[in-house]
Design a protein around this ligand. Structure first.
Ligand SMILES: NC(=O)C1=CN([C@@H]2O[C@H](COP(=O)(O)OP(=O)(O)OC[C@H]3O[C@@H](n4cnc5c(N)ncnc54)[C@H](OP(=O)(O)O)[C@@H]3O)[C@@H](O)[C@H]2O)C=CC1
Ligand SMILES: CC[C@](O)(C(C)=O)C(=O)O
Length: 348
């Protein structure tokens, strides 16, 4: 039997009405869930650490902001929206001591439950609502009357109501407008890590950079390389997103379609698939998670060095210049150290 796709007609806001929902962390996902749930008529409070740079942002957007432990005490449903590597310490210090029977803890990625060694009491619900898109898009799509599709998963159902709570939350953030699919924590975590490393973020940015560098090193203008390898990628991917590879091939020229099917597989060949399979094994075995947690514990020495190098790549300067004439592209001011929530799509 085909798996069910849950939409608005399968999910009600009633299970979350008259409940207090705490969003712990006000970054990319946190601000989006909080604003969408508030606009859906639900009661949301924000839990943050004392020195969080997002306290003022959340207050300005009309939220009651509390210390994390107080927000957990006040809430029926607690969304843990802090970075995956940070979850274990926030959980142990501020969340676990305040989790009483019947409360629900909600994640939007299963990483910490799989790899973070959280001591989850048996008498709480543990659920996942994972939008399949970045937090800022979860918000901007909601404001436009649309939604980012999502996943739900139930790790523990202490009250017998875990699934209706997950679907209700998915409705509140707009995910059931697009479609919600049920999975489990492990499948969500493995596939999400695989997608972001091999295709969506890692694979795509390495492909873009390689194409840009090949053209520039061969003497072509960086602006030409940017248009061909980054700018137009979005327009092509939009067509795939709307109607699949076939829809994209319907719109591009026959010459482009022939280049796609005859040359593409020579560039992204079987050796790439082999490396993807190896990476999938490292994700499944927990090796990727172990190394990433260690990098976090070491204070990000490699991560910070790579971030610096990436920010200095010629493609970034070229892009900044070319995007400045396209006023409809929202120019995010990527201020170093600013709250992720300082870039917000406004309320309806
Ligand atoms: N980014 C995304 O689009 C997606 C994220 N997810 C998942 O959502 C969860 C949250 O990720 P994301 O929204 O990216 O997180 P962000 O990095 O955008 O935001 C993190 C929030 O946590 C706070 N924070 C950071 N460090 C600490 C700390 N040591 N103690 C307490 N609070 C801290 C930040 O504070 P401050 O405001 O002061 O910076 C911020 O408010 C993760 O589980 C992630 O995997 C799932 C799908 C997509
Ligand atoms: C693709 C990156 C992502 O997995 C996402 C937006 O879904 C993330 O964790 O940010």
């Amino acid at each position: 039997m085909a798996a069910k796709i849950y939409t608005n007609k399968d999910a009600s806001l009633v299970p979350l009405k008259k409940k207090t929902l705490a969003v712990i962390g006000f970054g990319s996902q946190g601000h989006a869930h909080a604003l969408n749930l508030k606009d859906s008529g639900l009661k949301v409070v924000i839990g943050l650490y004392k020195k969080s740079k997002s306290r003022e942002v959340a207050k300005k957007l009309g939220f009651e902001v509390m210390d994390t432990a107080d927000a957990v005490k006040a809430a029926d449903v607690i969304f843990v929206a802090v970075p995956d590597t940070v979850i274990p310490e926030v959980y142990a210090k501020d969340i676990a001591p305040n989790l009483t029977a019947g409360k629900t803890i909600l994640f939007s990625h299963g990483f910490a439950v799989l790899f973070g060694d959280l001591k989850l009491p048996k008498d709480i619900n543990v659920i996942l609502v994972a939008p399949k898109g970045p937090g800022h898009t979860v918000r901007s799509q909601f404001v436009d009357g649309k939604g980012v599709p999502g996943l739900i998963a139930i790790h523990q159902d202490a009250t017998g109501k875990a699934k209706e709570i997950a679907l209700s939350w998915a409705r509140g953030i707009g995910a059931t407008r697009a479609g919600v699919f049920e999975t489990n924590f492990r499948e969500e975590t493995v596939t999400d890590l695989f997608g972001e490393q091999c295709v969506l973020c890692g694979g795509a940015s390495a492909l873009v950079k390689a194409g840009f560098e090949v053209l520039v090193e061969a003497g072509y203008q960086p602006e030409m390389a940017y248009f061909e390898c980054l700018h137009e990628l979005k327009l092509i991917v939009d067509l795939m997103n709307e109607s699949g590879l076939a829809g994209m091939r319907f719109s591009v020229s026959e010459t482009a379609e022939w280049g796609d099917v005859s040359v593409g597989p020579k560039i992204i060949d079987g050796s790439v698939k082999k490396r993807m399979q190896k990476q999938l094994k490292e994700i499944e075995s927990g090796k990727f998670a172990k190394d990433w947690i260690q990098e976090y514990k070491n204070g990000y020495p490699r991560f910070n060095a790579i971030r610096k190098e990436e920010a200095a790549h010629q493609i970034e300067k070229t892009g900044e210049k070319l995007r400045s004439t396209m006023s409809w592209i929202k120019q995010k001011k990527l201020k170093k150290g600013a709250s992720q929530a300082s870039y917000v799509s406004s309320s309806k």
